[in-house]
Design a protein around this ligand. Structure first.
Ligand SMILES: Cc1cc2nc3c(=O)[nH]c(=O)nc-3n(C[C@H](O)[C@H](O)[C@H](O)COP(=O)(O)OP(=O)(O)OC[C@H]3O[C@@H](n4cnc5c(N)ncnc54)[C@H](O)[C@@H]3O)c2cc1C
Length: 473
């Protein structure tokens, strides 16, 4: 994370502290054992980003040193070879990262080394936004209000980094052997990826969004067939674009906006950045979310584990075009529009009543922008098991969602070309066509496209009664 040379707190602090004769190394620890969970496109995004970072450092006559191994093994070896060290890094909030960093801290401090860690992935330090009783918020809206009230310039100031401050002659090229058994993989892109990674791409997306998208965000953000959102999620996750940069851009746009409608668009986007913030804060204080529902009582739900149903959902052959288009986009591009993420997640957890953890894992394997806090938060919101989640009785009707957010079916047709000739009245529900209409529009149901795998109106009642059993117990 925070894979950039500019506007980077940890790097900035390091540069300001490293004195004339101080020896240093700039390292990235690569543990491909943790890649089991990652999709190929995400790994390539990371690899491209690291290559760009390396090239950036080369221009200062410095090196990005990739060390393969488990972090604890790497630091044990480093300290054995080079003695006491000071370690500068930006913190991560994911439960497994917190555990890893704690172990590294113990190793470094046990040899009288120094840990200098900084918060850089969120606008506010986790825990900074509390309610009047000093507790963490469990509802987004008051969290957002409080966050907006406290927002000051220093939350989005550019944290300057001047790499000319260090003498490349003091750089140490690390030579260590770790005990870790780390697999190495060769990753090739089979299909086109939505993003390729690196800061240049991130900055260009941010610039495009600033010039053409942010003021219309409020009206366009829910329409998956248009580029109405920033598409910065992967860059914000890997830190190729800093969260401060994103917020700074929005604040600049807000200051320059002349129309109320533009300001509303920009403010709505800032609110989305605060959803990210909210989930980060929740995750930081609730590491159990890695396996448990936020609302523990819902871990008593008797989810269905129907493998055939899961398989149809994951392949995008449910017979619900908006769901299928979404899953096909996810599978082929590694990214998905927020509205469609909600629709497919709601369909899996409600219409198919399959455990949100399976959907969360599937997304994790496919998304380039996989982010534990937002993914877990999004899944638990849709499953109604999460913090400030959608109430269990408010179940999205996939057809109504489809008609509302993709009225002419252009999103559906892009990802399900076999439906390209269907008029708007059938594109959302192709299995309503009679035989002559099927011939006329070149789609034979069950041959070219499946009929609906479950009947939304019937499953809805079952789901509600399952939730009620828990709620009334
Ligand atoms: C089931 C589900 C799973 C999700 N998984 C992820 C994930 O793994 N990684 C991820 O970054 N986002 C996830 N989201 C949130 C959201 O869908 C994406 O952040 C958004 O679609 C990314 O597109 P964008 O960058 O164009 O967003 P924009 O609309 O331009 O928003 C700007 C930024 O705000 C943040 N943001 C926007 N919406 C949300 C939200 N609902 N929750 C948290 N942060 C938000 C993101 O960082 C995003 O890049 C998930 C949502 C759902 C419903």
């Amino acid at each position: 994370k925070d894979l950039r040379l500019e506007d980077n707190r940890g790097l900035s602090e390091f540069l300001s502290k490293v004195s004339g004769s101080c020896k240093f190394s700039l390292i990235y620890i690569k543990n491909e054992n943790t890649f089991n969970y990652f999709g190929e496109k995400r790994i390539l995004f990371l690899n491209n980003t690291l290559s760009e970072l390396e090239a950036g450092l080369t221009s200062y006559n410095l090196h990005l040193q990739l060390i393969r191994g488990k972090s604890t093994d790497v630091f044990n070896s480093l300290i054995n070879k080079y003695g006491q060290i000071s370690l500068y890094y930006n913190k991560q909030i994911e439960p497994y990262c917190i555990k890893r960093d704690r172990l590294v801290k113990e190793i470094v401090e046990s040899k009288n080394g120094m840990i200098c860690d900084f918060n850089d992935s969120t606008i506010f330090e986790p825990g900074e936004i509390k309610n009047d009783s000093g507790e963490q918020y469990k509802v987004y809206t008051p969290f957002k209000k409080n966050a907006l009230n406290r927002l000051e310039k220093n939350h989005y100031v550019n944290v300057k980094t001047d790499l000319n401050l260090i003498d490349s002659g003091n750089e140490v090229i690390v030579e260590i052997n770790t005990d870790s058994e780390i697999k190495t993989g060769k990753y090739e892109l089979i299909e086109k990826s939505y993003f390729s990674g690196g800061r240049k791409e991130g900055l260009s997306l941010l610039k495009d969004f600033y010039t053409t998208g942010i003021s219309e965000y409020k009206i366009k953000r829910d329409i998956p067939s248009v580029n109405g959102t920033s598409r910065l999620s992967a860059h914000l996750h890997f830190g190729t674009v800093s969260i401060r940069e994103a917020l700074r851009t929005a604040v600049t746009a807000l200051e320059k906006s002349k129309k109320e409608s533009d300001a509303a668009g920009i403010q709505t986007w800032i609110n989305e950045l605060l959803w990210r913030e909210f989930y980060y804060h929740i995750t930081y204080f609730n590491p159990q979310l890695i396996s448990e529902s936020f609302r523990k009582e819902y871990d008593g739900l008797k989810w269905s584990y129907n493998e055939i149903h899961f398989d149809k959902w994951s392949k995008g052959i449910t017979g619900y075009p908006i769901v299928d288009a979404g899953m096909r986009q996810l599978n082929s591009e590694g990214w998905l529009h927020n509205r469609v993420r909600m629709i497919v997640a709601m369909f899996l957890t409600k219409d198919l009543f399959i455990d949100w953890r399976l959907g969360e894992k599937y997304f994790a394997e496919k998304l380039i922008d996989l982010d534990f806090a937002s993914n877990n938060g999004g899944w638990q919101w849709c499953a109604s098991t999460g913090v400030d989640a959608q109430p269990y009785f408010r179940i999205f009707n996939p057809y109504l969602q489809s008609k509302k957010f993709d009225p002419d079916g252009s999103y559906i047709k892009k990802y399900i070309p076999e439906l390209k000739d269907l008029p708007p009245e059938y594109v959302h529900e192709p299995d309503l066509m009679n035989e002559s209409e099927q011939r006329k529009f070149n789609v034979i149901i069950d041959k070219d496209y499946p009929r609906r795998m479950v009947d939304h109106s019937k499953v809805r009642d079952n789901v509600i009664s399952e939730f009620k059993k828990i709620s009334y117990n």
